[in-house]
Design a protein around this ligand. Structure first.
Ligand code: ADP
Ligand code: MG
Length: 675
C-alpha cells in the first residue's frame, strides 16, 4: 500500500513498503472481523461482478460504508492487482494518508518509512487526485494501473474534473480518450451524495451501484436567532451537550486550523473549571496540517465514562469517518476558494456552506444510532443564504496550472474540451494570457520550450517560471529553496501567544538589511541546513520543524527535477540582485508601486493593495515591489514581498511592460507633481 500525496501543490510523500511482520499480521486478523461488519460487505460479490461486467461504474454510498478502505482491497483479493496497481484518488492529502494507514493495518502490511518502495511492488496506491493528474504527464496511458477509483467525486475538485475529462471517451476522440484506448482499464467513480446521475450521464450512462447505508434518524435543531459569534456559540453548545446529553462523541465543523486551535484552547480552559462531577472531555483537533502522529488520535476509541469532541475542518464531512459521533455542531461555514478572472485575484474566504454540505454534516451524527445536529444558524438562513450545492472548483479558480498540463498533454482545443462543467471562458483566457506572458506559450498558443520545462514542475506556473529562469541568473540552488519554502505555505514561523515578542525578534533577524521576504525564507532554510537540520535550532528560532522538513522534501524533489530539465544546480548567494531578478522573472505580473498614503497600486490591472503586516517590509514600504500572492482578509494584502528595481520589469518582460508603465520620477519631484 502506498500513500502518495501532495500538499495542495503536488509532491510525493515518502512511499511505503509492503513488509510482512508478525505484529502487523496479528492486528490484521482482528480487523478482518471488523471489515465484515461494514455496510459494503454484503455487496462485495455483486460489486466485483459489476466491475467485471462494465468498464465504468458509478458507486454511491453513505460516508462510512467502506467504499474507500474496502473496494481497493476487494479488487486486490479478486486478483486485479496481478495486472497492475489499483489506484484510488482522494481530494485531500490527509485523507489519502489516513486511509492508506488504515488499509495497511487491515492488510497486515507495513506502511512505513524503513524501506523505499519500487512502483512494481505497490499494489494499492492512495493518492491525491492532483498526483494522478501529474502521473498522466509521465505515463499518458497509465499502463501501470489495472483499476482507477476516483473517490469523493462529489467534491468536484479541479483535479477530479480534469481527470474525468482525460479519462472519458469523449465526443471528439483524441489520444487521451483513455477509456477507449485502454479497454482493459476499469474506472470506478465513487461519491457520497446522490449526484451520481450526472457522473453516469457524463460517462455514457455508466451503471450506478448503490450501497445502502445504515442511517439512523437525526434530529436537527436550529438557533432561534442568528449567532453573532459562531465560535462562541459552538463552545457553549459543546459544553451544553457535554453536561446535559447522554454519552456519545461530538463533532464540530470549523473553517480552519486557527479557529480549531482557538476553540481547543478555550474549551480546555473552560472544562478545567467544571469540577470532578462532570465526565472528562477529550479534545481532538483534525485539519490538513496536523502532524500525522496526532491524526491517529481521532480514531482512538473514547474511554468509558469520557466524551470525545472532535474539532474538524470539512475534511470530516465525507472524507474521514470517525466512529461514535452522536452529536454534530454545525456553524454553517467553510473556507472557500474563489477567483476573480478580471483582477486575477484568488481569495480564501469564509462563506456559508451549501445545503448539500449541511445535510452531509448532519448525517455524521446518525451512523451508529439516532443522532442530533445543532445548526448554529436559523431555519430562515438555511433557506435564504445557502445554495443547494457547492460550485465546482473549476468554476472558481485560477486555471493557469491546469491549462499548462493540458497543453503539455497535447490538448490544444480547450474551449471544446469535454469538461463535466465548463470553466468560465474568461478564466480560460486569463490563464492563456498569463502563460503567454510567462513565455510558456507562443502567440499561436503552442507550448514553447520554456513551457515544456515549466510543466515538469508540480508548481504554479509563476513558480516554475522562476525556477526555469534561475538558470540564466546562475542561482538555481537558491531559487529552488525559495520555491520549496513558498510551497510550504505560511506555516514556517511559529508565534506562540505568550512569547510573541521573542518570536517576532527571532523572525526579524532573518530580515536584516530589509532583504525582503523571499530572501528571508532562503536565510531561514540555509541557517537550518548549516545547523545540520537541527530541531533544537528550530525551537530557538521559533521556526516550525514540521514545515521545514516538508520544505526539505519538496526541495529534494525540485533538485531532482532540475536535472530532468537540464538545469545545473548553481549557487549565487553573493549576488542577491540576481536571485531577485530570477524571482521577478516568474512574478513580474505581480508588481506594485507605492502610493503616498502607504498603500500600493498593482502595475497591471491596477488595484489598491497593501503589504501584509507579517512581511519584513511592512514598515519599510519600498517604492516598487514584487509579491508572491494576494490575499483578501480585512484588506487586499500582498504576502511574501520583495523590493524590485522598476527597470528590471522592462528588462525581464519587455513584452509585458513598457517604459511608461514603470517610469519613475525622482523622489524629490514626486510630491509636487504626482500627488
Ligand atoms: P467510506 O469511504 O464509504 O466513507 P471508509 O472506507 O472511509 O468509508 O470507512 C470505513 C470504516 O473504516 C469506518 O468505520 C471508518 O471509521 C474506518 N476507518 C477509516 N479510516 C480509519 C483510520 N485511519 N483509523 C481507524 N478507522 C478508520
Ligand atoms: Mg471514503
Amino acid at each position: 500500500v502506498k500513500a502518495s500525496v501532495m500538499d495542495g501543490d503536488e509532491f510525493d510523500e515518502e512511499p511505503n513498503e509492503l513488509l510482512d511482520k508478525p505484529k502487523e499480521k496479528l492486528a490484521s486478523e482482528m480487523l478482518q472481523e471488523e471489515r465484515k461488519t461494514l455496510p459494503i460487505y454484503p455487496y462485495r460479490d455483486q460489486l466485483l461482478q459489476a466491475v467485471q461486467e462494465y468498464q465504468v461504474i458509478v458507486i454511491v454510498g453513505e460516508t462510512g460504508s467502506g467504499k474507500t478502505t474496502q473496494i481497493p482491497q476487494y479488487l486486490h483479493e479478486a486478483g486485479y492487482t496481478k495486472q497492475g496497481k489499483v489506484g484510488c484518488t482522494q481530494p485531500r492529502r490527509v485523507a489519502a494518508m489516513s486511509v492508506a494507514a488504515r488499509v495497511s493495518q487491515e492488510m497486515g502490511v507495513k506502511l512505513g518509512h524503513e524501506a523505499y518502495c519500487t512502483s512494481e511492488k505497490t499494489i494499492l496506491k492512495y493518492m491525491t487526485d492532483g498526483m494522478l493528474l501529474r502521473e498522466i504527464l509521465s505515463e499518458p496511458n497509465l499502463e501501470s494501473y489495472s483499476v482507477l477509483m476516483v473517490d469523493e467525486a462529489h467534491e468536484r475538485t479541479l483535479s477530479t474534473d480534469i481527470l474525468f475529462g482525460l479519462l472519458k471517451a469523449s465526443r471528439n476522440p483524441s489520444i487521451y480518450d483513455l477509456i477507449k484506448f485502454r479497454s482493459d482499464l476499469k474506472l470506478l467513480i465513487s461519491s457520497a451524495t446522490l449526484d451520481a446521475e450526472k457522473f453516469s450521464d457524463y460517462f455514457g450512462s455508466a451503471p450506478i451501484f448503490k450501497i445502502p447505508g445504515r442511517r439512523y434518524p437525526v434530529e436537527i435543531h436550529y438557533t432561534k436567532a442568528p449567532e453573532a459569534d459562531y465560535i462562541d456559540a459552538a463552545i457553549v453548545t459543546v459544553l451544553q451537550v457535554h453536561v446535559t446529553q447522554p454519552s456519545g462523541d461530538i463533532l464540530v465543523f470549523l473553517t480552519g486550523q486557527e479557529e480549531i486551535e482557538t476553540m481547543e484552547e478555550i474549551l480546555k480552559h473552560r472544562t478545567r473549571g467544571l469540577g470532578t462531577k462532570i465526565a472528562e472531555l477529550i479534545i481532538c483537533p483534525i485539519y490538513a496540517n496536523l502532524p500525522t502522529e496526532l491524526q491517529a488520535k481521532i480514531f482512538e476509541p473514547t474511554p468509558a465514562g469520557a466524551r470525545k469532541v472532535v474539532l474538524a475542518t470539512n475534511i470530516a464531512e465525507t472524507s474521514l469517518t470517525i466512529d461514535g459521533i452522536k452529536y454534530v455542531i454545525d456553524p454553517g461555514f467553510a473556507k472557500v476558494k474563489s477567483y476573480n478572472p478580471r483582477t486575477g485575484m484568488e481569495s480564501l474566504l469564509v462563506n456559508p456552506i451549501s445545503k448539500a454540505s449541511a445535510m452531509q454534516r448532519a448525517g455524521r451524527s446518525g451512523r451508529t444510532g439516532p443522532g442530533k445536529c445543532f445548526r448554529l444558524y436559523t431555519l430562515y438562513n438555511y433557506h435564504k443564504d445557502m445554495d443547494d450545492n457547492t460550485v465546482p472548483e473549476i468554476q472558481r479558480t485560477n486555471l493557469a496550472n491546469v491549462v499548462l498540463i493540458l497543453k503539455s498533454l497535447g490538448i490544444d482545443d480547450l474551449v471544446n474540451f469535454d469538461f463535466i462543467d465548463p470553466p468560465p471562458e474568461e478564466a480560460l483566457l486569463k490563464a492563456l494570457e498569463l502563460l503567454f506572458a510567462l513565455s510558456a506559450l507562443n502567440k499561436f498558443g503552442e507550448l514553447t520550450k520554456v513551457g515544456r520545462r515549466m510543466a515538469e514542475f508540480p508548481l504554479d506556473p509563476m513558480l516554475s517560471k522562476m525556477i526555469v529562469a534561475s538558470d540564466k541568473y546562475k542561482c538555481s540552488d537558491e531559487i529552488i529553496t525559495v520555491a520549496a519554502m513558498l510551497s510550504v505555505g505560511n506555516s514556517i514561523f511559529y508565534r506562540p501567544k505568550d512569547k510573541q515578542v521573542h518570536a517576532d525578534n527571532a523572525r526579524m533577524n532573518f530580515h536584516l538589511g530589509n532583504v525582503g521576504d523571499h530572501i528571508a525564507l532562503l536565510r531561514v532554510y540555509n541557517s537550518w541546513r548549516e545547523c545540520n537540520y537541527s530541531t533544537q535550532w528550530c525551537y530557538e528560532n521559533y521556526i516550525q520543524v514540521r514545515s521545514m522538513k516538508r520544505a526539505r522534501d519538496i526541495r529534494d524533489q525540485l533538485e531532482g527535477l532540475l536535472e530532468r530539465v537540464e538545469i545545473e544546480l548553481t549557487s549565487n548567494l553573493g549576488d542577491l540582485d540576481s536571485i531577485k531578478k530570477a524571482i521577478t522573472s516568474g512574478f513580474f505580473p505581480h508588481s506594485a508601486k507605492l502610493q503616498k498614503n502607504g498603500s500600493y497600486w498593482t502595475v497591471k490591472h491596477p488595484q489598491r493593495v497593501h503589504i501584509h503586516p507579517s512581511s519584513g517590509l511592512a514598515q519599510v514600504l519600498p517604492r516598487w515591489v514584487v509579491y508572491h500572492e494576494l490575499v483578501l482578509t480585512t484588506k487586499e494584502y500582498m504576502r511574501q514581498v520583495t523590493e524590485l528595481k522598476p527597470d528590471w520589469l522592462v528588462e525581464i518582460a519587455p513584452h509585458y511592460y513598457q517604459m511608461k508603465d514603470v517610469e519613475d520620477l525622482k523622489p524629490e519631484l514626486q510630491s509636487s507633481i504626482i500627488y
